[in-house]
Design a protein around this ligand. Structure first.
Ligand SMILES: [Zn+2]
Length: 470
């Protein structure tokens, strides 16, 4: 997003596999003692080493995220959301075997050995999706954390952020840029996929892409210090293609491009600068498509958002001040707008000066009016919070704001789950509780179709058949 100054908040620690491995120190001591006291050391050493490695495997396995239960699980709740048809199944049950959903109805079959979990007066719904996050950002001055904190330090915090998001019910997320931590998100995504640490399913973009002197460049510092930008430079179509190839090589699932910014309101009029032409964006979209990947843009205003829509990006994030033609193209091509209200609200409530708070509130006010126009024009929406500058795990606020500013709770849930699954490239796999889908589910007290705010109080989380919170 943009540069602001905020109060720093520290992440919370957890137990690691590495800590557990230290418990095997007696074996190492025994191994050394053998070497000094025993003439038959080589044979015994081999046995001890084998034993040590075996123990290590067990401990590492214990430190891992638990695998899906070997037995079937039946989840029972007072309500279960059929998000596609927009109605509640009362009561609702789903049968889970391994990582997949097998059956969903009011009363599912109970195979031998099935574990029945009664979630009581709660609503079961698909695991939540956040289509715009930053695992590598935490509250505090964004530019300073990218300058002051090492990539290993930021990566450790990113793993804690991933855990916090999962525990808040977000079982799938799209990370929109490490902001100066290169492709470190590849390691986080892979560690989650391998079950080494808890976290959502991730689509990652590595470092975002930006022009020299553009929105995300390190402007305002002593030039002689050569402060690095929070994005990777690409100044023309050829450079865009080269950067994309490098990022895909390093593990990115898609590419995030800064297309506009900074945004300003002068005498009531919104202005922003575009960075890439339509032809340049089209070159990036084509290169990504060549390897089955997509482009997402940070974009507001004109002509930047029109260039992005014409080029055929997958989503336009923030999406303030869209012209009629841009909205028409987005509807026609099913390009998702991701409003990110929560970050705008956060900035307006946490600005360092009263004057800046007033500017942020004005920007939010403009955004609310834009959003109403976009909803009326039928622009397809996805739900993304831009969490990172505000604390991870609190981003269900986005649902509340999208309802507050004009969408129905069901429309917001459909935007989050059905459109989110499409945007993340997991259509037909996540985003609905249906047989054959991955068993990603959360439970909340109350009925989210009546009070969307209950999503801020997720009390049960399952991802891929594994229960993380109960
Ligand atoms: Zn962002």
């Amino acid at each position: 997003m943009t540069t602001r100054n905020f109060r720093p908040v520290c992440g919370r620690g957890g137990t690691s596999a590495a800590e557990a491995v230290i418990e095997n120190r007696p074996l190492i001591v025994a191994l050394k003692r053998c070497a000094t006291q025993n003439p038959t050391f080589p044979t015994q050493a081999f046995l001890l080493l084998t034993l040590f490695l075996f123990c290590l495997l067990i401990v590492v396995a214990r430190g891992q995220t638990p695998a899906a239960a070997p037995h079937p699980i039946v989840l029972h709740a007072a309500r279960l959301l059929d998000v596609k048809n927009g109605h509640m199944i009362k009561p609702g049950e789903m049968l889970v075997q391994g990582e997949r959903i097998v059956e969903v109805r009011s009363s599912v079959s109970r195979p031998p050995g099935a574990e029945v979990i009664d979630l009581g007066d709660r609503t079961l719904l698909p695991g939540l999706i956040d289509a715009h996050i930053h695992l590598f950002l935490h509250p505090g001055a964004e530019d300073l954390q990218t300058v002051e904190e090492s990539v290993p330090q930021r990566t450790i915090l990113a793993t804690l952020a991933a855990r916090n998001d999962l525990m808040a019910g977000f079982t799938a997320e799209r990370d929109m840029g490490t902001e100066g931590a290169g492709s470190a998100d590849t390691a986080v995504r892979n560690a989650i996929n391998e079950g080494l640490i808890p976290g959502p399913r991730l689509r990652i973009s590595g470092n975002a892409v930006n022009i020299l002197g553009g929105h995300e460049d390190a402007i305002g510092y002593n030039p002689e210090q050569h402060v690095l930008p929070n994005a990777t430079y690409a100044n023309n179509a050829d450079e865009l293609v080269a950067v994309l190839r490098q990022q895909f090589k390093e593990g990115a699932d898609f590419t995030k491009i800064y297309e506009t910014g900074p945004d300003r309101i002068r005498e009531g009029k919104f202005t922003t600068v575009y960075q890439y032409t339509e032809a340049q964006l089209e070159a990036a979209v084509k290169e990504a498509a060549r390897v089955g990947k997509r482009i997402a843009v940070h974009a507001t205003g004109e002509p930047g958002t029109l260039f992005a829509a014409q080029a055929g990006v997958a989503s336009i994030d923030h999406a303030n001040q869209l012209a009629d033609e841009t909205m028409r193209l987005m509807k026609e091509k099913q390009i998702f707008a991701v409003p990110t209200f929560t970050i705008f609200e956060y900035f307006s409530e946490h600005a360092p000066t009263a004057a800046q708070a007033a500017r942020e509130r004005e920007m939010l006010e403009v955004k609310i009016q834009d959003f109403k126009k976009q909803v009326a024009a039928g622009v397809p929406m996805a739900v993304g919070s831009d969490v990172g500058p505000f604390p991870h795990g609190t981003q269900a606020r986005e649902f509340v704001l999208m309802v507050k500013y004009g969408m129905s709770p069901l429309a917001v849930l459909q935007a989050d789950l059905l459109n989110g699954a499409k945007l993340l490239g997991w259509d037909g796999q996540i985003g609905a509780l249906e047989p054959g889908y991955l068993a990603d589910a959360v439970a909340v007290p109350g009925d989210p179709l009546e009070d969307i705010g209950v999503l801020e109080n997720v009390s049960f989380v399952m991802k891929g058949g594994v229960i993380y919170k109960k």
